[in-house]
Design a protein around this ligand. Structure first.
Ligand code: TXA
Ligand code: MG
Length: 341
């Protein structure tokens, strides 16, 4: 299959929307990462997403809508709190899990009775979804297990020959995937299943309490059911063996010096100096820029042939929690606490 990369003109977006209506898969930009979209209500179209990514069938897809009212097309029950959250954070990087309506086939929800719903804010995404006229199921547009793509070039590397169209909308604004939340039965508390740009503090402006699911910071023991199935997979991983190293720059650099390896790279902050001639990639200077740069940095490490990576641990507050969560998974939960002598 030939893969066309199209600029987001009105004409090209109409062409791409026609592909969707014909049951095809189209990659498109969002404010978080690129998505791999298909008609969420059409099982055969959704199947093509799973095939293109090589994604396990039990990992549910997020359904993207183009206006708040469409929530009722895909959810069977919408508590008041969901409307309040939608009013505050939509369009934007928040995915709300609700009981799914019968319109949504099981293949889309990975066999679950719930569905994750998101109204993205990226103008190209919004126009595209509007032109499609149907809810769009879309996971991140990477091959399963690889870092999410934040540019059309990275989507092309993973999806060339697998899908007919990629819409090139430039670099994604946030660079980490949306915050995924569920709402508890009482309806006034939410649980963060995957941290993102909508932070716990921001959610507290609307709800009484916010719980961070254990799967965000800890490995889910084998045999235990993950609330968000995506959490149980090793994720966002470069090919290299990554270790997350906590501590000051001094402690970090000592750790690097004391633990040399063949094919080692450092993943450090913009202002950090190289350690002892070890090659390095940088990923930003504060939580926002780290979120924006992280996935690109992980892909760069692969390109440069890194076999081992010591990643300097980011701050884990605000959007930093999302950055920390993604590196932790890329590291397969390997953390060391470095101390300087
Ligand atoms: O920002 C984003 O969310 C991007 C863009 C394209 O919108 N999409 C994205 O999709 O990151 P994906 O499929 O790569 O990640 C979706 C995550 C997975 O961890 C999945 O398990 C979880 O959300 N999820 C989706 N539906 C769910 C549900 N009904 N219950 C629990 N977790 C759900
Ligand atoms: Mg993904």
């Amino acid at each position: 299959m030939k893969t066309d990369v199209l600029t987001p003109t009105e004409e090209n977006l109409s062409l791409a929307a026609e592909k969707i209506r014909a049951g095809e898969v189209v990659a498109f930009p969002t404010e978080t990462v690129y998505g791999l979209g298909a008609n969420a209500l059409e099982p055969d179209a959704v199947k093509k997403i799973f095939n293109a990514k090589g994604r396990p069938a039990d990992n549910p897809l997020i359904v993207h809508i183009g206006r708040v009212d469409d929530i009722e097309k895909v959810a069977s029950y919408v508590p008041d709190i969901a409307y309040k959250l939608a009013e505050k954070f939509w369009p934007g990087p928040l995915t709300i899990i609700l009981p799914k309506s019968e319109n949504v086939p099981k293949i889309t929800s990975g066999g679950l009775d719930t569905v994750g719903i998101r109204f993205p804010s990226n103008p190209v995404a919004r126009r595209f979804i509007e032109l499609c006229g149907v809810p769009i199921a879309a996971p991140s547009a990477n091959l399963s297990g690889s870092p999410s793509p934040t540019t059309a070039k990275r989507v092309f590397e993973d999806m060339n020959g697998r899908i007919p169209v990629i819409i090139d909308g430039g670099e994604c604004k946030f660079g980490v995937e949306s915050t995924v939340i569920s709402i508890d039965r009482s309806g006034d508390s939410v649980k963060i299943l995957r941290p993102g740009a909508v932070t716990d503090e921001m959610l507290l402006e609307v709800v009484d309490s916010v719980v961070i699911d254990g799967g965000v910071l800890h490995e889910i023991p084998s045999g235990q059911k993950a609330l968000s199935p995506g959490m149980k997979y090793k994720h966002y991983s470069p090919k290299a063996d990554v270790t997350l190293v906590k501590g000051s720059y001094e402690a970090y650099s000592e750790y690097v010096k004391n633990n040399p390896k063949d094919g080692l790279f450092c993943l450090i902050f913009d202002e950090d100096e190289a350690v002892d001639g070890v090659p390095y990639v940088t990923y930003g200077k504060d939580s926002e820029t780290q979120a924006h740069r992280l996935f690109e940095a992980l892909r760069e490490l692969d390109e440069r042939g890194a076999r081992f990576v010591y990643a300097r641990s980011p701050e884990s507050t605000g959007i930093g929690l999302a950055v920390f969560n993604r590196i932790l998974r890329a590291a397969g939960f390997k953390i060391v606490e470095a101390e300087s002598e």
